[in-house]
Write a protein that binds this ligand. Sequence first.
Ligand SMILES: Nc1ncnc2c1ncn2[C@@H]1O[C@H](COP(=O)(O)OP(=O)(O)O)[C@@H](O)[C@H]1O
Ligand SMILES: [Mg+2]
Length: 420
Amino acid sequence: MKINKDVFVKTKKKLLKMNMIVVMCFLGILLTFTMFYFSYITYNNIDRELGREFKYILSQLGNERYEPIKLLDPKDMVYIYENDRIKYYTENDYFDKLLPEKNFEDKQVFTKFIEKGHVFRELNINVSDYHIQIIRNIDSEIFSVSKLISILLFIGIVSLIFIYIISLYLTKKALIPIETAWKNQAKFIQDASHELRTPITIVSSKLELLLKSPENTIEDEAETIAIAMKETRRLKKMVNDLLSLTKEDGIVQLNKEIFNLKDILDEIQEDYFDIAEYQEKEFSCKILSKNTYIYNDKSKFKQILRIFIDNAFKYTNSGDSINIKIEDDKNLENTLKISVNDTGIGILSEDIPNIFDRFFRSDNVRSKDIDGSGIGLSIADIMSKNIGVDIGVESEYKKGSSFFIKVKKEDLKNKNKIKK
Ligand SMILES: Nc1ncnc2c1ncn2[C@@H]1O[C@H](COP(=O)(O)OP(=O)(O)O)[C@@H](O)[C@H]1O
Ligand SMILES: [Mg+2]
């Protein structure tokens, strides 16, 4: 099963990759947004404060008396030019020797510049003859923003690792049911081809045998031909069974209606009457319940019953008896128990848990060369689950078996809803 493994490993990787790409896109968008938003907020704050500072300075410019200009934030640096000549400036550690470059634009502009490893935000405004330049060191703000960015990046990377581990776990988990279904399917195909191989081998060997003695008449080879034909019949039945098995395994459409079990029993009795007589078996039906109406899929219900009855005929010898009984269940209220009882070969107690498995056939049945595929009961099992009834078996080896269906009774009051 090397190919399957590869498929699953590849699917896992693909799923993981897609997961991670989606998560990374989201994280990326989130981080960039937060980053831009925070730097926007920071610069916006600084600019607003610089603006307020400017207004405060402007209110002091009218004073003719020489007075040092007061600042809202004493750390701000102010350069005031009158007709291009420096008129006033605050002493500071950054630009004492050299005046900072002026920005003589008409409009109010905020700019950022870096000088000797320090970051500054400046505001340049022309008011009549004055040019006012306010500069603020924003090292600490830049530091906070870059700190925030690195924290965000760190969180992003850590969450990526976490998400990777979680997605790895989740994709593995999500693939489990698919993997199981895949394995079951592969097992089914293996089993089916194994079962089909036997009749094919027999047919081809019989045909070869015929070819080896071309002078023989058909009469001479009647037995060989009969065996080959029997095996082709078996093949045909098996392929049909396999088809109905896979059909039942998929999505099935139920066609539920209210019907009387007695009607089904009448039909069945008619079908099997001749076989019973021909095989010299006693076949009888007994109805012990007053209300035998149920609400279910009639044809599927009948198919399950047929699988049981077919087996009962197959696994009994002449002189045995087969009996179908409809009675009220002793333990469950409002429930009917329909049982197919035979006095045939019975089932070994260790085989009972397996008989509903696909392709399972008891060893004693295989060795006795009784025809069959081991599919019948597994179809009954799937069908019973589909139509919502319980099936089961009680059996004693060499004494006989009893297969039963338990189904809820339909209230007699609803009888008028019966489809005709
Ligand atoms: N009425 C029965 N009496 C004895 N054994 C039975 C009976 N019904 C089923 N079994 C056992 O259960 C096995 C599975 O039955 P089934 O799925 O119908 O396959 P098949 O009849 O093709 O072998 C049979 O091979 C047989 O060993
Ligand atoms: Mg069968």
